[in-house]
Design a binder for this molecule. Structure first.
Ligand SMILES: [Zn+2]
Length: 1004
């Protein structure tokens, strides 16, 4: 592929001579790499897609161009470069140029390295650490005086961090930045020199290093397929998720996110600019709004300033199709580049027309894309010849104009950065929120620690209270966490802890509309409005917090309460050979109260169990004898985990939770369900959301062509097949597979489905009494809603309070006969009905957000849904109505309500009444579906954070359903309990279904 060395050398010498000969006025004319430049012209498909910055490449006697290194220029059709080779090229630049420095910034889940390249003038590169120190000083106005800041604004150099290769199917960014790095290091054009001397450019060429290698494998593999045969889609970008790898900014589960965040905090760049490809031809981000309301207003103007510079400079040069505004909103902070916003820097992105890498002789786009709009003064053309070199030219030019603007306005951006940090601190001193309080001793104690550690990892300073004190209505205990609001990164706290109110009158949201951190995690965090908090005794938390645990007391029986702390599931599987039982009701033992679901180890070896509890931060209490509560065995299930080849995007988040909390499983494709005989292999099968209709999910990838479509690790595709392999990924489970699943359930297995896979059994009429509704009037996009526990006796609800914040996004809406009023949904205010007039102040229309009151919820005694009056008293508003409805249903079944003993705890009595022995099944089994968790009856009580219109359609609809079939169960989640590593508060709904897989009928 590469020309021989001697030929290359000869050519280079000739070109250098030629360049020297044609140079007039040696000072400003740098020799041009003629061979490279000729190839730029050759590969460019349309002469309009270029600028004077990228229509040539300067030559250098010792620094290798991509052509010298790879034997082809960047933008050569039909070729892609592996991340490992891009990194090798960067190292060659480092070796050859004093203006470049390259280093590793972390490792992926599969062990591949991520890199950064820094480029600036020689003196700056030699002194990088000094410049880093300057930026650190500007980050903290508590330690830096105004005078010092003014001096730094003159002398410091801001950092602009270019990142790309996050979305693996978008192939051009990693290619383009190779040439960008060379050009920035070598070119003597005044604009480039300005960038080099006045700013520091960082480039991370591939963020998703695992996905990049798979993408390159997949591309070359597909090239070998005859026409008409099926093409391999890109599966498993990273180990866990695909496209969602840019939506991990809040959860920060993925290695790439953690590495990015860590690097960001080490270097505090002023801009983070992520390069994507999805629209024509170059979109430079601002967004339609609404913008995240917790950004400093300066940032919003910076977005606009930078975007306008890009549009203006490119438009000036006659390049069509460069625009801003009409794509994306700017609302949710879950994007990777919000690492910048959460830390008072600027996060932005490009979307460039696809790189290919094959030429497209006729790229056509419709009127939605070509119309002349105020935000698109020179729109894309109805038809153009496109190719990878077009993509390189347009993306690189835009970026160079941005960098030039940034370097030229160095002091402006440094000053803005300083101001934003200063204003953050001042905001905390001015109130009304002076701090946030996180009780250490809350019910979900271990997950609170986890939340604190995550916030600290993301840069928030945490303090520990050194004494007990009262702040307004807040009682602080020694050891509680205080998050001071007078810190530079309080922006992050504002973004995470606030409640969102997204008006449906806005343009369609681009992603989630609600994300309130403490609601999703079900961890108590309360704002403090007493300014004296800032003078109270507290100590900075300098190491990760730890939950203490172990065994207190003595006796053979050890009880661990069910708090829904996720570490509890780890405990069960870590001690899988230890017999454990679960309490079927609330009870008292040794002077302590425990919740239904408490883990009871009847014959505990303290020497073995103690250290495990201690490590997990769980507290066990030893007592002399088994408590007098009905219990069932916690039989450790064999778990099968099904994925579809059709889409490997969402299931990874469920896997993330299983892997983190040590839930073991056998992972296999839905095609293998056809083999049948599932009950002999598994007790539990989990099939996370795939997406699409029930039929599409059953059918899988279409049986196109005559050749099998393998997804395997081979010599040709060494990076495929890491998670799973198949000789032919076409065809899904099919009807045979679906029937095998049905037989599995009938024979006593438990099938757990969530999101779209919840619709399969009802749509194929394999369950009775459950309807999947599709209400037209409903607008409920990625928000947090109130969940009412409508069946507290079900093991799936063990450990939870009477209400729970849950994540739900539009579908599926599940109606359960007996707990949902007949006649379908009513109509509320419709969304987006402003068809004729553009609403320029959409945020003036507020949605009704219902208040989540930790005290009311936490203080609620375990309400019993079946006891009509007490339940109504215990739960608030919609809860009461839902409770009453469910109670009526339970009474109709002649169940436990009658056995109530008059205490707050009729649930316990109910369970006791059934004898607590799972074998007692002489009567015919009640096979009606149970709605475990439901939306409130009253739409005004549904929304906790985010958006909602037409909420009537959700009234009393089920969020979690347990549908019995034969001897087994299908547990359906309409909500998403494992959403993007953000919903730790609902993980245990899934874990409960697993742990109690053969006792789900308890409490019926
Ligand atoms: Zn993208």
């Amino acid at each position: 592929m590469a020309p021989t060395v001697s030929l290359r050398r000869a050519t280079r010498r000739a070109l250098l001579l030629l360049a020297a000969a044609t140079a007039v006025g040696a000072q400003q004319s740098q020799p041009i790499d003629q061979e490279y430049t000729a190839k730029i012209r050759e590969h460019l498909q349309d002469p309009r897609i270029t600028t004077e910055l990228v229509d040539h490449l300067p030559a250098h006697p010792t620094i290798p161009t991509p052509l010298k290194f790879f034997g082809r220029i960047v933008g050569t059709p039909g070729e892609l470069t592996y991340a490992a080779d891009i990194h090798r090229y960067y190292q060659a630049l480092d070796a050859a140029s004093d203006r470049v420095k390259v280093w590793k910034i972390g490792t992926s889940e599969e062990g591949r390295d991520m890199y950064v390249l820094a480029v600036a003038d020689e003196a700056t590169i030699r002194d990088l650490d000094r410049y880093r120190g300057y930026l650190k000083e500007l980050t903290d106005p508590r330690r830096t005086s105004e005078a010092r800041a003014r001096e730094l604004i003159r002398t410091a150099k801001p950092i602009y961090w270019v990142t790309t290769g996050l979305h693996s199917g978008e192939t051009g960014g990693p290619e383009m930045v190779m040439e960008l790095a060379y050009r920035l290091a070598v070119s003597d054009q005044p604009l480039i020199k300005n960038i080099r001397e006045n700013a520091i450019t960082f480039i991370t060429p591939v963020l998703e290093v695992d996905g990049r290698e798979r993408q390159v494998d997949t591309y070359y593999f597909n090239k070998t397929r005859p026409t008409g045969e099926a093409r391999l889609p890109l599966m498993y970008w990273g180990k866990y998720v695909a496209h969602d790898n840019n939506r991990d900014g809040m959860g920060q589960f993925l290695a790439l996110t953690r590495n990015t965040n860590k690097f960001f905090l080490e270097w505090t760049p002023q801009v983070m600019h992520d390069l994507h490809e999805s629209v024509s031809y170059l979109y430079t981000s601002t967004g339609t709004g609404p913008y995240n309301e917790w950004l400093d207003p300066i940032t919003v103007t910076e977005w606009w300033t930078m975007a306008q510079v890009d549009v203006m400079e490119m438009t000036k040069r006659g390049v069509p199709g460069v625009w801003t505004y009409g794509f994306y909103d700017g609302w949710t902070p879950n994007y990777l580049f919000f690492a910048a916003h959460a830390h008072n820097a600027i996060g932005r992105f490009y979307e460039v027309q696809s790189y290919g890498p094959d030429n497209n002789p006729s790229l056509r786009v419709g009127p939605q894309t070509t119309s002349r709009e105020w935000f698109r003064p020179n729109p894309p053309l109805p038809e153009i010849k496109w190719g990878p070199r077009n993509s390189v030219n347009i993306g690189q030019s835009g970026l160079l104009f941005s960098l030039d603007h940034f370097a030229t306005n160095r002091q402006l951006y440094l000053e803005n950065y300083w101001l934003k940090n200063k204003r953050s601190v001042e905001k905390g001193r001015a109130g009304p929120t002076y701090a946030w309080h996180v009780p250490a001793n809350q019910r979900r104690r271990v997950d609170a620690v986890d939340a604190i550690n995550e916030l600290q990892r993301q840069g928030l300073e945490i303090h520990v209270a050194d004494a007990d004190y009262t702040l307004g209505s807040t009682r602080v205990q020694r050891g509680d966490w205080i998050i001071r609001a007078d810190q530079p990164y309080r922006t992050l706290a504002d973004m995470y802890f606030s409640v969102q109110n997204f008006s449906p009158a806005n343009p369609r949201p681009y992603d989630d509309t609600g994300w309130t951190f403490q609601l999703m995690r079900n961890v108590v965090v309360t704002p403090v409005s007493d300014s004296s908090v800032l003078t109270r005794r507290m100590t900075p938390l300098t190491a990760p917090a730890r939950a203490t645990g172990g065994i207190a007391g003595s006796g053979r029986v050890v009880i661990v309460d069910h708090t829904t702390d996720n570490a509890l599931v780890t405990m069960r599987f870590r001690l899988k050979d230890v017999a454990m039982r679960a309490a079927q009701a609330d009870f008292e033992a040794g002077g302590r109260r425990y919740r239904a679901g408490a883990f009871i180890i009847p014959d505990a070896d303290a020497a073995r169990i103690g250290p495990v509890l201690s490590e997990l931060g769980l507290q066990g209490y030893a007592v002399a004898a088994m408590p007098g509560v009905a219990t069932h065995d916690l039989d450790v299930p064999r778990i099968g985990y099904v994925h579809s080849w059709q889409r490997t995007q969402d299931e990874g988040w469920v896997r993330a939770a299983f892997d983190t909390y040590g839930v073991p499983y056998e992972y296999f494709a839905d095609q293998r369900l056809r083999e049948g005989n599932l009950r002999s292999k598994y007790d539990v099968i989990i099939f996370p959301s795939v997406g699409g209709s029930a039929q599409a999910q059953v059918n899988g990838i279409a049986m196109t062509g005559t050749m099998p479509l393998p997804y395997k690790k081979t010599e040709q595709t060494p990076n495929l097949g890491a998670n799973d392999q198949s000789d032919d990924i076409r065809g899904g489970m099919g009807i045979e597979g679906l029937m095998a699943l049905y037989e599995f359930v009938k024979a006593g297995g438990t099938l757990i489905v969530e999101g779209a896979t919840s619709t399969i059994f009802p749509e194929y009429n394999l369950t009775t009494g459950i309807t999947v509704e599709e209400p037209d009037s409903l607008f409920a996009r990625g928000s947090i809603y109130r969940g009412i526990v409508t069946d507290r006796r079900s093991p799936i609800a063990y450990g939870f309070n009477a209400q729970l914040p849950v994540y739900f996004s539009q579908a599926p809406v599940l109606a359960v006969q007996g707990s949902t009023p007949a006649g379908g949904g009513g109509f509320g205010g419709g969304a987006n009905t402003n068809a004729q007039q553009q609403n320029t102040t959409p945020m003036a229309t507020r949605v009704t957000v219902s208040n989540w009151d930790w005290n009311a919820i936490e203080g609620t005694p375990p309400a019993d849904a079946s006891a009509t009056a007490p339940a109504a008293g215990a739960a608030r508003g919609g809860a009461a109505q839902a409770g009453a409805r469910s109670g009526a249903a339970a009474t109709g079944r002649g169940n436990a309500a009658a056995a109530g003993t008059g205490g707050a705890n009729a649930a316990g009595a109910g369970a006791g009444a059934t004898g607590g022995t799972p074998a007692a099944r002489s009567a015919p089994r009640d096979t009606r579906p149970r709605a475990i968790l439901s939306f409130p009856a009253n739409p005004a009580e549904m929304l906790l954070s985010g958006t909602l219109a037409g909420g009537q359609a959700l009234a009393n609809r089920a969020q979690v359903v347990d549908a019995p079939i034969g001897d087994g169960h299908v547990v359906m989640f309409g909500i998403r309990p494992f959403w993007r590593w953000q919903t730790h508060g609902t993980f245990f709904l899934g874990f409960n279904a697993i742990l109690h897989w053969n006792d789900l009928d308890a409490g019926r």
